[in-house]
Structures are given as C-alpha cells and as structure tokens.
Write a protein that binds this ligand. Structure first.
Ligand SMILES: Nc1ncnc2c1ncn2[C@@H]1O[C@H](COP(=O)(O)OP(=O)(O)OP(=O)(O)O)[C@@H](O)[C@H]1O
Ligand SMILES: [Mg+2]
Length: 304
C-alpha cells in the first residue's frame, strides 16, 4: 500500500512583474498512515500554497504530491474525486442557506436525493447548526459562514481532507464541535491535513506535526518527538524581567507576551528559583508545550 501522502521536493515562487517570492523551497514530508497531520508555521511560511498545490488548484514549479500513490500533477481529476477542502478565506454563496449548501454540494458530487438529504441532516446535527440552517448566508455572522463552509467540506466522504485554518473565528463551543467531527473522520481511517495557528488545537488533534518555515520542513514528529528535540522538559515563566546572564547557564531564555520564559530541565528548577529569588514577581512552572517548540524552532524568524 502506498503512503497516504508523500510530498516530494515541492518548489513554488510567485512572480509579479520583476518581483519573485519563494513560497515553497523543496518542501517535503510524508504521512505513512491515515491520521491527523498538522502543518504549523508563521504567516507566509507556505502552508496555503502547499494546500492549493495538493488540491490541484495551483501548479508547482517543480516537485509533486502523491495521495495514496496518485500524483496530483498527473491525475488531477482522480485526485479531486478523493479529496475535500476547507480553503482559507472561503466564502459561502449569499443567497443560499447552510442546508442548501450541503445538499446541493452532495448532489453535485453525485449522491442521490435521498442520500444527500440524509448526509445533510447528519452534518447539520453533528455541527449543531440547526438554528440557522435555513437562513440565507448573506444574513449570517462570520463564524456561522465559516461553519457553513465546514459543513459542506466535512460532509464529503473523502480519503484526504485539507483543512486550512478551519476553525478561524469560531467560538470555543463551535470549535470543539468541529474537533469532534475531525476526530470522527480520523476514526474512519481517513487522512486529515490541518493547518492552524491555534496551538492548543494542534496539540489536542494532531497525531503528527510538521513545522514549516520559509517554505521548508523544519521538523516532523509527534508532539512528544518535537518536545524531546527541544532538549528541555520544563518551562519557567517570569512575570518580571530576569537578568539573562544569571540564568543563561541553566537553560534558554525566550521572550513571551507575558514576560520571559526559561526553557530548562526539571532538575534545574530549584537552582533557578534560588538564583532568581522566589520573590521575583509571579513565577509559573510547567512542562514545555507546543508553543515553546514552535517559538524555538521558527524563532530565528522573529530575530530577523
Ligand atoms: N498570489 C500570490 N502572489 C504573490 N505572492 C503570494 C501569493 N500568495 C502567497 N504569496 C506569498 O507566498 C508566501 C507563502 O504564502 P502562503 O499563503 O502560502 O502562506 P501561509 O503559510 O498560508 O500563511 P498564513 O499563515 O498567513 O495563512 C508568502 O510570502 C506570500 O506573501
Ligand atoms: Mg495560509
């Protein structure tokens, strides 16, 4: 059996007049089983460009993507029949309702009236959108429009799902509903490629994570793999500034929106606290998380 997804040396530059922007630079990764695989990277790192190429909407300059052994370049029609996509910044049709979106989409991909109705019913219930299912999309809120796009894409029985920031703008309750649908899809042994800037979402859902920077793969693995590659198991957050010289021998000090974080080993905690002083404002101690992995792996971008 071929791997569910193989991304091979994908390169893409956008050329506008004399200006050329490299979006993907020999980008490669592989998903060797059906799972939820998340792509994490800073704005502009190439995630959407990859999703567009993998879903046959954009041609790369070189390289290819194979879904279950089929090339997206050579067999685009075959690929389109087996994928489902939630595009970043997708918009529903204003004059159609969420129910009509799902139903007509199901009819368009070839389901019978009866099956289309059953599937529409099911996804509306699963996402809990009964209250606005019959409202024209032009009269819906931003989050309700986004949920409509999700209902449509998640209603398809695909082999590979590309979800490009699917839960952007959704309230926490709706977001959890969407997570449940994504997890149901994983239980059905489908491949889900997810991009998100919500690291809590990536931590909860991902079986594997690819960190992308400047169109290249930086690291791939489970959350625990990535954590162990960081070389630190403990984070100590200081609410007030600490002298870098004092703590630099005990770990790596990084800036954080609420102060500073020292990434260190659990065995160093006591010494750090003694050195910095227990009275140094508020101190929080915990295990390293995906946000620490992310900042340390793409952190050189921040310094640029
Ligand atoms: N149509 C376009 N024309 C020119 N440059 C583009 C175009 N689309 C994207 N780019 C550039 O390509 C790079 C990658 O963009 P892309 O949209 O793939 O990033 P992304 O990782 O999805 O970012 P975000 O997290 O903000 O969605 C960026 O430098 C961006 O400016
Ligand atoms: Mg994007």
């Amino acid at each position: 059996m071929p791997d569910p997804i193989v991304v091979s040396e994908l390169s893409k530059s956008y050329v506008n007049g004399s200006r050329s922007t490299v979006a993907l630079d020999s980008f490669s990764f592989r998903g060797n089983r059906n799972m939820i695989l998340s792509l994490l990277g800073r704005n502009g790192s190439g995630k959407t460009t990859f999703a567009k190429i993998a879903t046959t909407q954009l041609m790369p300059d070189s390289g290819d993507v194979y879904l279950n052994g089929t090339s997206v370049i050579d067999e685009p029609e075959e690929i389109r029949a087996t994928i489902s996509l939630v595009p970043q910044e997708g918009r529903p049709f204003g004059h159609l309702t969420p129910r009509e979106h799902v139903y007509y989409y199901q009819r368009m991909i070839g389901e019978t009236r009866e099956k289309a109705s059953t599937i529409t019913e099911m996804i509306i219930e699963e996402l809990d959108i009964e209250s606005f299912q019959n409202t024209q999309c032009v009269n819906l809120s931003g989050g309700q429009k986004q949920t409509t796009m999700l209902a449509m894409a998640l209603s398809k029985d695909a082999e590979t799902y590309f979800l490009d920031e699917p839960t952007i703008g959704l309230d926490v309750i709706t977001r959890k509903r969407v997570w449940e649908v994504i997890e149901r899809i994983r239980r059905e042994r489908k491949m889900v490629i997810l991009t998100t800037h919500y690291l809590d979402e990536a931590s909860v859902l991902s079986d594997e994570i690819c960190i992308v920077s400047h169109g290249r793969l930086v690291s791939q693995g489970t959350l625990n793999d990535l954590r162990s590659r960081l070389g630190h198991d403990t984070r100590i957050r200081f609410s007030t500034r600490v002298d870098e010289k004092i703590v630099s021998s005990m770990g790596t000090l990084v800036d954080d929106e609420k102060g500073q974080i020292l990434l260190t080993e659990s065995g160093n905690v006591e010494e750090v606290l003694k050195t910095v002083g227990y009275m140094n404002g508020r101190i929080e101690i915990g295990p390293v998380g995906l946000d620490d992995v992310f900042v340390s792996m793409v952190g050189e971008d921040i310094d640029e």
